[in-house]
Design a protein around this ligand. Structure first.
Ligand SMILES: Nc1nc2c(ncn2[C@@H]2O[C@H](COP(=O)(O)OP(=O)(O)OP(=O)(O)O)[C@@H](O)[C@H]2O)c(=O)[nH]1
Ligand SMILES: C=C(OP(=O)(O)O)C(=O)O
Length: 249
């Protein structure tokens, strides 16, 4: 195998790694119906404010993904038309939830781990049916402090193969799940999902990625991302929230 000379990028010697670098990577971002989003913030934000914040964080998350050249394309999976409209407006594909989260099984409210993981698995199957063997990364939709450099590093670490996970800053959740090559996505999002993913064989990725590891669910998470620095859409949304005291109960 010929070796590259500067200034050309060094060509890796092993065929496996060369295939890794050449294989496209597709991101999947899931967002539930805005009407039920961010319920853990309901004590301080009304539903309109929560929807505004979700859309802003999604916008910033997608903008950061777009700045990562290793990720070729993105699909937002959602049952919500407003979320879908935002996704279309920034040029990403939309995949409708197979069972919109209004669907009830035997009258019971479905749990996140039922509806979210089903939506992710369906989207992943659809993408691979259309695109063949692509690397996949599921990213949380609420990563407003994530930096392109963090995601670039995580992608590079994931590409050594198989299924891998970026554990969130609490140490219990998942902010990103990778499935490279032929490996199945096998999403285990929900309570204690970090353990769910590592116990099912996903390799935890180590890196100083505070923004990538901080998905926003609580008031404390909001403080954390504010301190890290958020993207422009989230910053504008937080400014609007401050300006409208009526949104706090
Ligand atoms: N498309 C889709 N996305 C989902 C579904 N359930 C959860 N999600 C998304 O997955 C991520 C984590 O979900 P949750 O933590 O349950 O919801 P959340 O809105 O972030 O916060 P809480 O309501 O406070 O739990 C969020 O971005 C959700 O929008 C689903 O059934 N379908
Ligand atoms: C569903 C998850 O995220 P969240 O922290 O938003 O509940 C998870 O970490 O698996």
């Amino acid at each position: 195998m010929d070796s590259a000379e500067p200034p050309y990028p060094h060509v890796v010697e092993t065929p496996h790694a060369r295939t890794e670098i050449e294989r496209p990577m597709h991101a999947i971002v899931a967002v539930k119906s805005l009407r039920s989003a961010k319920s853990r913030l309901a004590g301080e934000l009304d539903s309109d404010a929560r929807a505004d914040l979700v859309l802003a964080m999604l916008h910033d998350t997608l903008a950061t993904v777009a700045a990562v050249s290793a990720i070729d394309s993105v699909t937002v999976v959602t049952p919500d038309p407003t979320v879908a409209a935002l996704a279309y407006s920034v040029g990403v594909t939309v995949y409708a939830d197979p069972a919109p989260d209004g669907a009830r099984t035997n009258g019971a409210t479905p749990r996140t781990e039922e509806t979210l993981n089903a939506a992710l698995s369906a989207a992943a199957a659809d993408i691979r049916a259309k695109r063949g063997v692509v690397d996949l990364v599921v990213l949380q939709a609420d990563l407003p402090a994530m930096q392109p450099s963090e995601l670039t590093e995580a992608v590079a670490a994931a590409r050594s193969g198989g299924r891998s996970v970026v554990v969130d800053h609490h140490g219990t959740g998942t902010s990103a799940l990778f499935a490279c090559g032929e490996s199945a996505l096998d999403p285990r999002f929900g309570p204690e999902s970090a353990l769910g993913h590592t116990n099912s064989g996903a390799r935890p990725l180590n890196g100083q990625w505070p923004g990538l590891r901080t998905d926003v669910d609580t008031h404390a998470d909001l403080s954390t991302v504010r301190a890290l620095g958020v993207g422009p859409a989230t910053s504008a949304s937080l400014t609007r929230l401050k300006a409208t005291p009526s949104n706090s109960r």
